[in-house]
Design a protein around this ligand. Sequence first.
Ligand SMILES: *[C@@H]1O[C@H](CO)[C@@H](O)[C@H](O)[C@H]1NC(C)=O
Ligand SMILES: *[C@@H]1O[C@H](CO)[C@@H](O)[C@H](O)[C@H]1NC(C)=O
Length: 350
Amino acid sequence: MLYNSIVTASVAFASVVSALPTELSKRANIDTTVLQFALTLEHLENVFYKQALKNFSQEDFQKAGYSADYYNDLKYIAHDEEQHVLLLEGALTAAGVTPVQACTYSFPYYDVRSFITLSSVLEGVGTSAYLGGAPLITSKQYLTVAASILVTEALHTSLQRLAINEVPMANPYGTPLDPMSVYTLAAMFIVSCPASNAALPFTSYPSLQVDGSTCTCEEPQCGSPRDVIKRGSGWASKHGGWPETWRPQQSNSCMPPSPGKSVTFTANSTIPAGSYVTFVSGLSVVSVQGNINGMDINAAVPSQAMGQTYVFVTSQDEKGTLTAADIKYGPAVLEVNPPPPSIDYSIMKE
Ligand SMILES: *[C@@H]1O[C@H](CO)[C@@H](O)[C@H](O)[C@H]1NC(C)=O
Ligand SMILES: *[C@@H]1O[C@H](CO)[C@@H](O)[C@H](O)[C@H]1NC(C)=O
């Protein structure tokens, strides 16, 4: 059921230093913890691309409409992720810490297009992870390394967004995401990790998923959403359903919602009365009073949301700064169609 809802007037370009677990910020070895977390994500990306390059040939990409140049760029991405793994392993070893090893993963894509879509989301999350992790790093040397990797992840994001016809730079700002939220998203793909891996001080938040009916299919660009679900059902049945955020009907058959559109999110338990839907996009954190119906909550996408947006159910109106203790569910990953670019020619000097 769709409801209209009221966007609360919390225009927020204020401080977005979001949810940082206090235990974490007190840790003495915070820098190596952040590097271990970064390595955890880089391992995931490294395996993700190498598996895809083994799963799909250049011919498969060409059949799906992707050029030889694009395929070559993909190999550059795989090479980059491998280098990131090696660099972080080296930095940790030099700091006297045993680097975490790669885990076993399961990635919900089933063809070239759904792989590229998932890649664009993962690269966006990776970029957000480095941005959100940056304020935690105390060593300026490590900060430069992290920022250097962030640039490359953002370039990957841009390439992959363009490859699925999304605006590559849909938001004037990158979106910082705190480690717990990043962990929540990454954990969906992790089946198991070596027991010898140092434990990370993170846990997952209760999940939130974007309701599939958010998507409207634009013929003839895509088959019916049902067909797409059917094609991807092998992965889903093997893993007891789609992981919340990555359901295939969102990947290649849907037009992302624009600001103002009502979107329903489904939590994994009954949502407490009075909860808000909080949209984190670029440097904005905007809470909207949600319409609650059991495990569903519905809200209109605020105008500040553009491009890959992280959505939480929170107990408070976050008023520009997401507080960890207020997070009840999330994040869900919502792609929001940005408005047409507006350019003010009075803001220039001739
Ligand atoms: C890709 O490769 C991985 C690892 O071999 C496998 O588990 C997965 O099912 C493959 N996916 C596709 C779509 O071929
Ligand atoms: C919701 O998700 C959280 C985090 O994964 C989990 O601990 C909790 O048991 C889940 N709740 C239900 C009702 O499934």
